[in-house]
Design a protein around this ligand. Structure first.
Ligand code: FPP
Length: 292
């Protein structure tokens, strides 16, 4: 659903405006997801410590969020901290990222309010440090009534873990319902149409992203051609845009460039372009078998 609040194009920078003018405002995507990568390399190129790259990366987050809100992008989902980051990075880096997240939330809630941005999170956030969770809940509650862009931070997030959690939640719901009715799960399933009653939609409704549309566009910075366990279920038909730019150098105009590339794509969701219909396509002729 497009947002109905007034566009704030007059607040775009000159560079952003130049790209925005090439866009079709009626075809702004509903949901953009971003893999923010390259903080370490950005710092390394400047002979700086890695944490300074992350710090600069947090600045980029706010620039991009505000541009998204000015163009009325309904959903922006950022990969801020993966399960693998949590398990495989040195403790000092993980603890710095946690402090940075807390500072980011405390320092930017006022700007989120000014931009009508609503905070949301996905991931196994219950495993994050208690005080970080408290700040996250506070920021979410403070911005809960905002009606503009929903900013979702993927934190302690892994897509396979999300699919595991969704499967567990489907099973748990079945067990609870069977208990409630005083029957077995098998009996319950036979009433509900068997295991076939579990469809794509059932899984979607148990994902962390159940209240969001799937991303139309997935952007990855720093040139790596990988998905890195991000939104595997949800990006089945997303358009991909990979840029060599490192995340700390990424700004609103680069988000708009990604959207411009997206608008050049023809999305077919496994079908054909509309000019090819049963009426316009002749019956295909089976090629002759070649005899040996
Ligand atoms: C990749 O850089 C990025 C991350 C580990 C996560 C993104 C984190 C931020 C943008 C900073 C803080 C975010 C918020 C929301 C406050 P990398 O270290 O993998 O870079 P490299 O591949 O160049 O080493």
């Amino acid at each position: 659903m497009p947002l109905t609040q007034p566009l704030r194009i007059h607040e775009l920078s000159t560079e952003e405006l130049a790209v925005y003018r090439t866009l079709d405002p009626a075809r702004i995507p509903e949901h953009v997801a971003i893999i923010m990568d390259g903080n370490g390399r950005w710092a390394g190129k400047r002979a700086m410590k890695r944490f300074l790259g992350h710090q600069q990366g947090a600045e980029s987050v706010q620039f991009v969020v505000e541009t998204a809100s000015r163009i009325n992008l309904p959903f922006l989902t950022l990969y801020a901290f993966s399960l693998e980051n949590n398990l495989r990075r040195p403790k000092a880096e993980v603890s710095f990222l946690m402090k940075l997240l807390k500072n980011y939330l405390v320092g930017n809630v006022k700007r989120m309010q000014d931009n009508n941005v609503r905070m949301n999170y996905i991931g196994r956030t219950h495993e994050l440090p208690e005080e970080v969770q408290e700040t996250m809940k506070w920021a979410q509650a403070e911005t809960a009534n905002n009606t503009g862009t929903t900013l979702t931070l993927a934190l302690n997030y892994g897509s396979r873990a999300e699919i595991v959690d969704a499967t567990r939640s489907i099973l748990q719901d079945l067990i609870n319902e069977a208990h409630r009715r005083g029957c077995s799960v098998e009996d319950l399933l036979s009433v509900q149409g068997g295991v076939e009653s579990i469809e794509d939609d059932t899984l979607s409704r148990h994902m962390y992203t159940k209240d969001m549309p799937d991303p139309d566009l997935l952007i990855r910075t720093s040139g790596e051609m990988r998905i890195s366990n991000y939104l595997l279920w949800q990006i089945a038909y997303s358009e991909l845009f990979v840029t060599d730019r490192l995340w700390p150098d990424f700004r609103g105009e680069h988000l708009l460039e990604g959207i411009a590339a997206y608008q050049q794509r023809s999305r077919r969701f496994g079908g054909l372009d509309t000019e090819f219909t049963d009426e316009t396509l002749p019956e295909p002729q089976m090629p002759e078998m070649v005899s040996r």
